[in-house]
Design a protein around this ligand. Structure first.
Ligand code: SF4
Length: 224
């Protein structure tokens, strides 16, 4: 999916009917029509469009093969599994209504780093090999709440100037349960954040559960 997402325009405008380009990339793998993104018809995006058209058949086959294997291994319909680890999760976590990604609360270890609400942080979550980019929406007693924004400089955004925060502890996630079961407060759960680039199952403790909205703390990537 990453391979396709990075070829999309990256405006995350929702005109295709999906929340952002990543969601649209996921839908393309399931057979959605490329023409839903109006920008891919513009001349400046034609090279990327052609590359998507060339790449999609191979990736769709990969998804079919993986689903076939999961079926042989006994994966039940509707079961949620991480892509990189193949582990089952209790639920998938989607953004709160109207938000671009799940909320992540992070704690930077660098005490000298200076930033404020509105800044974009570049950081690597402790335990995760992937560099993240998160726009700060709140700072509260050392916890910094961010929305994922992706590496916009790779998409040609010249105004993208992230602040380097080094390694950060990811302390909490907030979002809505999009698939799977609604957990109860106090439960230790495994979950799949929809924005996770590795599609890796995370674990944590439910501290708030209201309708489909949940807050998960004590985040850990070690799940087995
Ligand atoms: S795929 Fe196109 S229409 Fe959809 S969010 Fe991205 S830029 Fe917007």
């Amino acid at each position: 999916m990453k391979e396709i997402a990075k070829l999309l325009p990256g405006f995350n405008c929702g005109e295709c009917g999906f929340k952002n380009c990543r969601e649209f990339a996921r839908a393309l793998l399931k057979g959605e029509d490329l023409d839903l993104c109006p920008y891919l018809g513009q001349e400046k995006h034609l090279a990327e469009r052609e590359e998507i058209e060339e790449t999609l058949p191979r990736l769709k086959q990969k998804v079919r093969d993986r689903e076939g294997r999961a079926g042989e291994e006994g994966e039940a319909e509707g079961e949620i599994r991480g892509v990189i680890d193949g582990l089952a999760a209790d639920f998938a976590l989607a953004p709160l209504p109207g938000e671009p990604s799940c909320r992540e609360d992070i704690h930077p270890f660098d005490r000298d780093a200076e930033f404020e609400v509105g800044d974009v942080l570049r950081y690597r979550p402790l335990g995760c090999p992937v560099t993240h980019f998160g726009k700060i929406i709140k700072i509260d007693h050392g916890l910094v709440t961010v929305h994922m924004v992706g590496p916009r400089h790779l998409l040609g955004d010249e105004n993208f100037a992230p602040v380097d925060a080094g390694v950060c502890l990811v302390a909490a996630f907030e979002g809505i349960v999009s698939r799977g079961r609604i957990p109860e407060v106090g439960e230790t759960v495994s979950f799949l954040p929809e924005h996770c680039m590795m599609q890796k199952v995370h674990s944590g403790m439910i501290v708030h559960s209201e309708g489909k909205m949940v807050r998960i703390e004590s985040i850990d990537l070690k799940v087995w």
